[in-house]
Design a protein around this ligand. Structure first.
Ligand SMILES: [Zn+2]
Length: 425
């Protein structure tokens, strides 16, 4: 038997999920159709009668979640200039009867997700979730701080009135549904397979609400299932998603591999690309960028050290040939200009990646004049002028060995500061 719909709660929304029929907390989230519509049209099962987990294929999280340390506006304390969209005193007597008992079928408009996807309806839609505060508090450190104490008005209301309404306007409703199923023990309703897109959104919610342990069993399953397809072996937009997922769910090897790809293959615009992707800590992106800069700088320095060496007055050539040094120096200078490192480029080396630079340097033609002339006196394109190519190769390999990706233990969530754009932590 369901508990009554508390009279102080807002009217039941079209999209309602009930995770606990006696739940004492009503979470209120928002669905933004203008963002969701295109995705539904492109990817989701369309216009089916049954509300399917179509949302598992949905778009990238792009709304930063609210800062738990900054109490969210309470529905009980609406801003004067911005009235709460929820009319607290307008719960209709028949509301209780309209409640949907099955949490997989969102409320009185079970088809609201799927039928809405067939319409162009730009308004923000409210999504309600009736949940148990005990489950939230047990599973989530942030909910524990929020509802389990009197620090926040919602926690105080819960303690004094026995129920509370919590606004999570910027939280992702679809990822939240999956996570809430897990922490309420409704595991049969939890998908075993999710897309990379959805896993990234789940990681966001899990990290934001600090529910890592509660979902760990499922996050392991999701990751393992997704890894049936090979992980990216080169820099694609998916690398940032995977890096975020491996960071949130603390997978050492994956985190190291993805960060290694970025160290070697990202250019100066990594930060901008990261800003458009999952909310990775600034320290992770910053360290990758620093490693990239260091290795590009060091790679360029390898060539400049040779140029300096052969520019001096002494003869380096093993056969003591001035012409040999001169031709070698000339070829180094000209090839450096060809690949864009002469004149010497400056930090942040726009458009340059370590991987491409190393390839270009390996392909450099370095000439010498030590017994490799043709009959008519012209110079051969000698691939290893005076052993220089071997020396360059050794330097490059040494640098590549150092670009082995970041260590997860240095970036565990409690040690990092989230980027300011996220507005939390
Ligand atoms: Zn020589």
């Amino acid at each position: 038997m369901d508990a009554a719909w508390p009279p102080t709660w807002p009217k039941i929304a079209e999209e309602l999920y009930i995770f606990d029929p006696r739940g004492d907390v009503l979470l209120i989230l928002e669905r933004r159709p203008e963002k969701d519509m295109a995705e539904y049209v492109d990817e989701a099962p369309k216009c089916e009668d049954e509300a399917r987990p179509a949302e598992y294929e949905e778009p990238a999280l792009e709304e930063p979640a609210l800062d738990w340390l900054q109490p969210e506006p309470s529905v009980e304390e609406p801003q004067a200039e911005e009235p709460s969209p929820y009319e607290l005193d307008t719960v209709e007597p028949e509301a209780e009867a309209e409640q949907e008992k099955d949490s997989t079928r969102p409320g009185s408009s079970v088809g609201s997700i799927s039928t809405a996807s067939c319409m162009v309806k730009p308004e923000i839609q409210q999504v309600q979730m009736r949940v148990s505060s005990r489950h939230l508090i047990l599973a989530s450190a942030t909910f524990r701080a929020y509802l389990g104490s009197d620090k926040f008005s919602e926690g105080r209301t819960l303690q004094t009135k026995g129920n509370a309404v919590v606004l999570l306007a910027d939280e992702d409703p679809d990822a939240m549904v999956i996570v809430l199923h897990i922490i309420h023990g409704l595991t049969r309703k939890v998908p075993r397979q999710v897309s990379l897109e959805m896993l990234s959104r789940l990681a966001f919610v899990v990290n934001h609400r600090q529910m890592h342990e509660a979902v760990e069993l499922f996050s392991d399953i999701w990751i393992e299932n997704l890894k049936q397809n090979p992980l990216p072996g080169r820099y694609t937009p998916e690398v940032l998603s995977w890096l975020f997922i491996f960071w949130v769910f603390q997978k050492e090897d994956g985190f190291r591999n993805m960060s290694q790809i970025l160290e070697r293959e990202s250019d100066h615009s990594l930060e901008d690309e990261a800003d458009a992707g999952p909310p990775l800590p600034a320290s992770i992106i910053g360290n990758i960028g620093q490693n990239r800069l260091y290795c590009i700088e060091s790679t360029i320095q390898v060539i400049y050290d040779l140029i300096t060496k052969y520019s001096g007055p002494e003869i380096i050539c093993c056969n003591d040939r001035f012409a040999c040094d001169a031709i070698l120096l000339g070829s180094l200078l000209k090839r450096s200009a060809t690949i864009g490192i002469s004149p010497r480029p400056k930090n942040p080396y726009p458009g340059m990646t370590f991987k491409r630079l190393a390839e270009q340097i390996r392909e450099m033609q370095v000439l010498d004049n030590c017994g490799h002339t043709s009959g008519d006196g012209t110079y051969y394109d000698y691939i290893n002028g005076n052993g220089i190519k071997d020396s360059i190769e050794a330097s490059l390999r040494s640098l590549e060995d150092r670009m082995c990706g970041l260590k997860l233990e240095s970036f565990l969530p409690h040690k990092t500061t989230m980027k300011s754009k996220c507005g939390f932590f």
